[in-house]
Design a protein around this ligand. Structure first.
Ligand code: TXA
Ligand code: MG
Length: 343
């Protein structure tokens, strides 16, 4: 299959949107920009489209998809019961990088939810995504547009490199503003629970709702046989080809540890302003203490390691005592398969 890459801006005339919407209505899969990461979009009501998404991504069938809508009222078609908490969160954070898990309606096929009775819903703020959903007139199921297991794509070129030959169209809507996937919260439990941290932080959620629990799997590896709240937690994630090791401690100790282990194709990933005293090539991923900068650069930096042919990369650990860093920590720990060294 030939994959076309089409640049679309929010102001474009309708025809570019019409072509993409036409493909979606025909149950084809289209790479679409969102403010978090690029998604692999398809008609959420079509089993055929959903099957194509799973095939293109190489994703296990029990890992459910997020369904994207263009405004709050479209939720009623997808969800059997809309609690006040969902309305409240939508008022504060939609359109934007927040996904809510709610009991699904009969219209949502089980293949979208991986057989679960709940569905994940999100209203993206990216103007291209929003307009495309409106133009298509359908809810759009979309996982991140990477091949399963690879870092999520934050640029159209990432999607093209993973999906070339697998889907008919990738829309280039520019680089993603957030760079990390949406926060996922379930409202289908007695107490709302954070399942995947993102740039809507746990403190923002608690400010809105009061008590919000954090799922154990956010920062811990699964114990064998443990039941997961979110199937995505089971799988190896966000991994570049390089072996990632997260080092926690002071910069001086980081340099000593890395320099003692220097060999060919060893890299370091450090904060902006660091690098002095390191005997290996390094890439930076933002200002320490600025979670938005770190999450914006993380996936891009992981992909850059592969482009450079890195075999091992030691990464500076963000401050674990600051809950705003949960999203970056969660992704880093998974990229490292939980290989963490306390210095
Ligand atoms: O920012 C995002 O959320 C991006 C963009 C494209 O919107 N999408 C995204 O989708 O990250 P994906 O499929 O890569 O991640 C969805 C996560 C998975 O970990 C999945 O297991 C979880 O959400 N999920 C989806 N439906 C669920 C459900 N009903 N119950 C629990 N977890 C669910
Ligand atoms: Mg993903």
């Amino acid at each position: 299959m030939e994959t076309i890459l089409v640049k679309i801006t929010p102001e474009d005339s309708g025809s570019a949107y019409k072509d993409a919407a036409q493909l979606l209505k025909e149950n084809q899969v289209v790479g679409i920009p969102t403010e978090t990461v690029y998604g692999l979009g398809g008609n959420a009501f079509s089993e055929e489209a959903v099957k194509r998404i799973f095939e293109a991504k190489g994703r296990p069938q029990d890992n459910p998809l997020i369904v994207h809508i263009s405004e709050f009222d479209e939720i009623y078609e997808l969800v059997s019961q809309v609690p006040d908490t969902a309305r409240l969160l939508a008022e504060k954070f939609w359109p934007g990088p927040l996904t809510m898990i709610l009991p699904k309606s009969d219209k949502v096929p089980l293949c979208v939810t991986g057989g679960l009775g709940t569905v994940a819903v999100r209203c993206p703020s990216h103007p291209v995504a929003n307009r495309l959903i409106k133009e298509t007139g359908l809810p759009i199921a979309a996982p991140s547009a990477n091949l399963s297991g690879k870092p999520s794509p934050t640029r159209a070129s990432h999607v093209y490199s993973d999906m070339n030959g697998r889907i008919p169209m990738v829309i280039d809507g520019g680089d993603c503003a957030e760079g990390v996937e949406s926060t996922v919260i379930t409202l289908a439990t007695p107490v709302p629970k954070l399942l995947r941290p993102g740039n809507i932080t746990i403190s923002q959620l608690r400010q809105a709702l009061g008590q919000v629990d954090v799922d154990d799997a956010v920062l811990n590896p699964l114990k064998s046989g443990e039941r997961v709240s979110s199937p995505g937690m089971k799988y190896k994630h966000y991994s570049p080809d390089a072996d990632i090791v997260v080092l926690c401690g002071e910069y001086k100790a980081f340099c000593d540890y890395v320099n003692q282990r220097k060999s060919d194709d060893t890299y370091a990933m450090v904060f902006d302003g660091e690098g002095d005293g390191l005997a290996v090539p390094c890439i930076t991923y933002g200002t320490s203490g600025n979670y938005k900068e770190l999450s914006h650069a993380l996936f891009d930096s992981l992909r850059l390691l592969d482009e450079k042919g890195a075999r091992v990369c030691f990464v500076r650990c963000p401050d674990r005592s600051n809950d705003d860093n949960l999203a970056v920590l969660n992704r880093l720990l998974r990229a490292a398969s939980f290989k963490v060294v306390e210095l």
